[in-house]
Ligand binder design. Structure first.
Ligand code: DGL
Length: 259
């Protein structure tokens, strides 16, 4: 049981930012990553469509005998994880925007959040923002167009820079001191964000917290891979192998899968 892989899925290549945190913390675990890039972005789809795609991804990963599934997509987590937890017996780890640490640590009492429409309009996000947003101003921004640019290999393009400048402007006007990255694709924008944001603005995402939570749940449920061998990692995409391989780097092999 313990050598069975951890399954990871996202609407596309973004969840590889979460995979990297998981590999760093749990180097002996085997993983299978599924990128549903042919259906990306999920962010503009209806909650029903997001749920159906999340079910499809989950069932494929379960066919590969995954012992735990990481929903490495804020949009899928906020719209589908409670259903998945109710209907499948493996543990699920989700990812949500890090509104809590940003709000608790903000000195300027203004926090920016960049996420998809699907995440920002979800009930789960609404509940979190209500709890932590009572004495902090939360400036929400839909990252329209960002995911398609990353999925087409234009992560650090001029077009992306123009989009980001426009999205950050109202946040900077509101004097934010934290920017929350509420989509797993966005950590790949870090070089541009560092260029566009003043140094006092801290950028946070939830990738590392997801890796820590994964470790805790594996320990609690006696599912840790106790082998001392380096874990094996498989990556599958139903769109561009090149885009995903470029983000992952030369150490990993990506395969095309029609699903
Ligand atoms: N990586 C997904 C997320 O974290 C992107 C969603 C999308 O495909 O729009 O929300």
């Amino acid at each position: 049981m313990n050598t069975q892989p951890i399954g990871i899925f996202d609407s596309g290549v973004g969840g590889t930012s979460v995979f990297k945190e998981v590999e760093a913390l749990l180097p002996h675990e085997n993983t299978i990553y599924l990128a549903d890039s042919a259906n990306a972005p999920y962010g503009n789809k209806t909650p029903g469509d997001i749920l159906n795609l999340s079910i499809k991804n989950t069932e494929w990963l379960l066919q590969q005998h995954c012992k735990l599934i990481i929903v490495a997509c804020n949009t899928a987590t906020t719209n589908a994880i409670s259903y998945l937890r109710q209907h499948y017996s493996v543990p699920f780890i989700g990812i949500e925007p890090a509104i809590k640490p940003a709000s608790l640590n903000s000195k300027t009492k203004a926090v920016g959040i960049l996420a998809t429409k699907g995440t920002l309009s979800s009930q789960l996000f609404y509940n979190t923002a209500n709890i932590y947003g009572s004495d902090v101003k939360i400036i929400e921004q839909i990252g329209e167009g960002i995911v398609p640019l990353i999925e087409s290999g234009q992560t650090l393009s001029e077009e992306m820079k123009t989009l980001l400048k426009a999205y950050l402007k109202p946040m900077l006007q509101a004097n934010i001191d934290y920017l929350v990255l509420g989509c797993t694709h966005y950590p790949y924008l870090l070089p541009l964000l560092l260029e566009l944001l003043p140094p006092q603005v801290k950028i946070i995402d939830s990738g590392e917290a997801v890796a820590r939570q994964t470790k805790t749940v594996l320990e609690q449920q006696n599912l840790l891979n106790t082998s001392l061998k380096q874990g094996k990692h498989q990556f599958y995409t139903n769109a561009s192998v090149t885009v995903m391989a470029d983000l992952l780097g030369a150490d990993y092999k990506v395969d095309f899968l029609r699903f």
